[in-house]
Unconditional design. Structure first.
Length: 222
């Protein structure tokens, strides 16, 4: 049961040695590590019964030597190349970069309710009416196509502890995507590109000119 009394880091180091020695598969975890320790303890007990003082660590070291690792050398942890393990002392240390940068790309689609609200507001403002069902569908398709062609890119930089490798800080920036202003612009451009909008603008222009001529004419005989 000694395996379960170790600190978490000691268990990780033991598992790493097991992987390097070939006694554990590269994807092994604590369950496999505990079984290996039990096997090593059992083997050491057989030697003890014959008055030979052999520890589980001695047996593990034998496998390490067979793997071709120098007794004073370090080997990279096959399960995580950012770490290396000393096959004599069991020490595990971080050798990866202090800063790591990762980039994730995703498409953010506007929810239907928001897309409809933008379309309704734009049509009422520019056309004086609500959009029809076909116009809503066409607008939703156009918005989705625009968002798919402009995915959101998130770049994250993490700072790692030079000894343990643990993350001690991070910073993220985002770019791309279609924001609220972009959705509004797309909606206005779709409406302004229709013949109906041109007719409304022309009618409004002539009506305003007529009002100015009638109501804005100078008062005669004053």
């Amino acid at each position: 049961m000694e395996f379960y009394e170790w600190e978490a880091r000691t268990r990780r180091d033991f598992i790493a040695q097991g992987k390097l020695s070939g006694l554990l598969a590269p994807d092994s975890g604590e369950m496999e590590g505990a079984r290996l320790w039990e096997q090593l303890v059992g083997q050491a007990a057989f030697y003890g019964a014959r008055d030979r003082k052999v520890t589980p660590w001695d047996i593990l070291s034998g496998y390490v030597r067979q793997s071709g690792t120098a007794e004073t050398g370090w080997r990279k942890d096959p399960s995580n190349p950012d770490f290396e393990v000393n096959m004599v002392t069991g020490e595990r240390r971080y050798i990866g970069p202090k800063f790591k940068t990762t980039t994730d790309t995703a498409v953010n689609l506007t929810d239907p309710a928001t897309a409809k609200a933008v379309a309704v507001a734009t049509f009422q403002q520019l056309m004086g009416r609500d959009p029809g069902a076909g116009e809503l569908t066409a607008w939703a398709s156009a918005l989705q196509a625009a968002e798919q062609s402009a995915p959101v890119t998130r770049t994250t930089t993490t700072e790692h502890d030079p000894i343990t490798g643990e993350i001690i800080g991070s910073d993220s920036t985002t770019s791309g995507g279609v924001d609220a202003a972009g959705r509004q612009y797309l909606a206005e451009e779709r409406v302004k590109g229709t013949q109906e909008y041109a007719d409304v603008q022309a009618a409004t222009t002539y009506a305003n000119a007529l009002e100015n001529a009638v109501f804005g004419a100078p008062q005669l005989g004053a």
